[in-house]
Design a protein around this ligand. Structure first.
Ligand code: SF4
Length: 243
């Protein structure tokens, strides 16, 4: 973005995009939280832990669609939208919250930064709102200006939902950040939710939500793991219920 297009609240000479202080981050005992982890946690704490603690990631049709949407948004030029200057794929951070990530797009209008998050599906609950609010908290710290509004664009419905960053949403976002950090500090893996959320979850195979909820079946698997059996002896096969 050239200087003559920059809004009055932004001093171009102090654009903070390159001022991420990694050395101070590495010195601290508190682990950083990735902004994307907040949406994962809001959807399912176990999913968040599988990805960010266990480093497990699996693709399914929904994650591939999401990747394609983000590649498309990030690859376009930073040309103004409806006359408003924009920055795509903007690095974000908050030293105060030990938070780091990226905004799909930030509109730099006269009222201040306005983050826009793109989702390939349709709106399901407030998970994306928390992620967007975390982006707003970073932008406020980076530019030292208030950020009161942003938007989530849902490709499935071609609709843009404006989100107001009121105090209850800010509190829920800060709470989610600390809950994610607690998972990281404690290497914790919460129990499975084993409900409708699992149907479209790409981590179902790694998570095994129905097996873990069925204690009798789980005990059968655990017992079979350490049982020695002779395949030549009739009836010696482990007694495991088929799933
Ligand atoms: S399969 Fe269900 S419990 Fe497991 S991570 Fe996915 S949503 Fe969470």
């Amino acid at each position: 973005m050239d200087e003559e297009n920059s809004p009055s609240w932004m001093d171009e000479s102090e654009m903070p995009v390159s001022s991420w202080d990694r050395s101070s981050q590495e010195d601290s005992a508190e682990p950083e939280v990735l902004i994307s982890a907040i949406e994962h946690y809001s959807y399912c704490p176990r999913q968040c832990a599988l990805i960010h603690v266990e480093q497990i990631y699996e693709e399914n049709v929904f994650t591939v669609r999401g990747t394609l949407v983000h590649e498309r948004v990030h690859s376009e030029e930073n040309t103004p939208l409806r006359g408003v200057p924009v920055v795509r794929s903007m690095p974000l951070w908050s030293s105060a919250l030990r938070l780091r990530g990226k905004a799909d797009l930030v509109e730099l209008g006269p009222e201040g930064p306005y983050p826009v998050e793109y989702k390939s599906g349709r709106r399901r609950g407030q998970h994306a709102d928390l992620q967007l609010c975390a982006q707003a908290l970073c932008l406020e710290e980076m530019f030292d200006v208030p950020v009161s509004l942003g938007a989530v664009y849902y490709f499935a419905t071609r609709s843009r939902q404006e989100v107001g960053f009121d105090e209850p949403l800010r509190q829920r976002t800060r709470q989610a950040i600390e809950q994610v950090r607690s998972l990281l500090v404690n290497n914790a893996l919460p129990p499975p939710c084993n409900d409708a959320r699992c149907r479209n979850c790409s981590l179902k195979e790694a998570c095994l939500p129905d097996v873990l909820q069925n204690r009798a079946r789980l005990r059968g698997f655990q017992g079979a793991l350490f049982r020695v059996w002779d395949r030549d002896q009739p009836g010696a096969e482990p007694d495991i219920e088929e799933g």
